[in-house]
Design a protein around this ligand. Sequence first.
Ligand code: HEC
Length: 115
Amino acid sequence: MKDRFVQTCSAFALPALLCAAMLCSAGPAWSQNDAASLYKSKCAGCHAADGTASTPAGKSLKIRDLHSADVQKQTDAQLTDIITAGKSPMPAYKDKLTGDQIKQLVGYIRDMGKK
Ligand code: HEC
C-alpha cells in the first residue's frame, strides 16, 4: 500500500515539477532564442554568426566587430537607427522587421559586448 502511494506520487509529481520548471524559464529563453535565430537568418551572412564579421562579405565590406568598443559605445537608439534605416551598404530593416524584433536584436548585440 505504501509502495503504491509512492509510485502514484512520483508519477504525478515529477512531470508536474518538470512542467513548472519549464514554465518558469520559458519567458527569457524564448526571446533569447528569437533574437538569436533572427540574427542568424538576417544578419549573420554579413556580420558572421558570432558578430565578428569574419565572413568573406564582412571582410570585404570592412564591417566592424559587433563586440568592439566602437560599436558598443553607441547608444541603443543609435544602434536601433542603423538597423532600422540601414547604413550603406547594409540594407534597411524597417520593412522587414518589427520595432520589437529590432529591439531584441539590439539586446542581442549588447549581450555580445558583455562576452
Ligand atoms: C549585406 C550585408 C549586411 C547585412 C545582411 C547586415 N548588415 Fe549590419 N552592417 C553591414 C555593413 C557593411 C555595416 C557597416 C556600415 C558602415 O559602417 O558604413 C553594418 C553595420 C552594422 C551596425 C553598426 C556597426 C558599427 O560599425 O557601428 C550594426 C549595429 C549592424 N550592422 C547590425 C545588423 C543587424 C542587426 C543585421 C540583421 C538584421 C544586419 N546588421 C545585417 C552589413 C550588413
